[in-house]
Design a protein around this ligand. Structure first.
Ligand code: ATP
Ligand code: MG
Length: 146
């Protein structure tokens, strides 16, 4: 297994529910170490850009509205197989299908307002991390950022 980095977002619904600490604790307890964390309110342009891969989907406009409806907590998490591990901890996109104990089973409202985002592959993780953080905002040796 390789040490990876993933981009994690605690979405507006989970922030509103007061779940920031619980969700970050779940990730840390599973060995995912935060290298950067910030709370931001996404602009419409930022949300559209982040989810551009979904721009033809019927739920796109609603998803952008949701993601800009309140602050989000964006973090870079590092650990062994961090991308897959983080997605396991999140659970399925649709919380009715998410395994018991997962973050989405515990905190999601519905398939759209589903509490968390996580990168789905090394290349998307790289793009998503650089979407939110400069290299100098991420903890760790400079060589590891290259
Ligand atoms: P994310 O990319 O946020 O980590 P995911 O990879 O599990 O979630 P995607 O298929 O990439 O799921 O969808 C991106 C986001 O779009 C979902 O997390 C959810 O907020 C929203 N979404 C996905 N499918 C639907 C749907 N059928 N109806 C409404 N919203 C949806
Ligand atoms: Mg996705």
């Amino acid at each position: 297994m390789a040490v990876e980095r993933t981009l994690s977002i605690i979405k507006p619904d989970a922030v509103e529910k007061g779940a920031i600490g619980s969700i970050l604790a779940t990730f840390e307890a599973a060995g995912l170490r935060p290298l950067a964390i910030k709370m931001v309110r996404l602009t419409e342009l930022q949300a559209r850009g982040f989810y551009a891969v979904h721009k033809e989907r019927p739920f796109f406009a609603s998803l952008v509205q949701f993601m800009t409806s309140g602050p989000v907590v964006v973090s870079v998490l590092e650990g062994e197989a961090a991308i897959a591990r983080h997605r396991e901890l999140m659970g399925a996109t649709d919380p009715t299908k998410a395994a018991p104990g997962t973050v989405r089973a515990q905190w999601a409202t519905d398939i759209e307002r589903n509490a968390v985002h996580g990168s789905d592959a090394p290349e998307t993780a790289r793009v998503e991390i650089s979407y939110f953080f400069d290299a100098t905002q991420i903890q760790g040796p400079v060589e590891a950022l290259a």
